[in-house]
Design a protein around this ligand. Structure first.
Ligand code: RTP
Ligand code: MG
Length: 135
């Protein structure tokens, strides 16, 4: 099994709901370690750069506005198959389609305010970790 690192964000809706600890417990209980962690307010430029791959999508402006609507937790999770393990813990993008017991099923309200972000591939993880934490 490969030890991987993945970029995780606890989004503004989940921070506002005061469930940072409950979400971190999901990661800890699954054996993922928090290797880097920062509570921060993203700037518009930071959010636009982070989601640059989506800049032509119709939801891009709403996504950026949402991501800067309050503080987020930006963090690096480390562990066996961390990228897929995190995506499994998160559940589907739309919380209405997320499997029972996943973070989005339990804490998210809508496809826009969906509680967490997680890198979707090794290439995304490398880019996203470097974006917030450097090499
Ligand atoms: P994330 O990047 O936040 O971990 O989520 P994801 O991979 O599950 O979803 P992705 O396709 O990368 O989309 C990024 C975020 O954009 C919002 N979105 N809205 N209205 C829509 O159709 C729509 N589609 C995506 C979601 O908040 C999603 O997390
Ligand atoms: Mg994504």
């Amino acid at each position: 099994m490969a030890i991987e690192r993945t970029l995780s964000i606890i989004k503004p809706d989940a921070v506002a709901k005061n469930v940072i600890g409950q979400i971190e417990s999901r990661f800890e209980n699954a054996g993922l370690k928090i290797a880097e962690m920062q509570l921060k307010q993203l700037s518009k430029e930071e959010a636009e750069g982070f989601y640059a791959e989506h800049k032509e999508r119709p939801f891009f402006a709403d996504l950026v506005s949402f991501m800067i609507s309050g503080p987020v937790v930006v963090q690096v999770l480390e562990g066996e198959n961390a990228i897929l393990a995190n995506r499994d813990l998160m559940g589907a993008t739309n919380p209405k389609e997320a499997a029972a017991g996943t973070i989005r099923a339990d804490f998210a309200e809508s496809i826009d305010a969906n509680a967490v972000h997680g890198s979707d591939s090794a290439a995304s993880a490398a880019r996203e970790i470097a974006y917030f934490f450097g090499k």
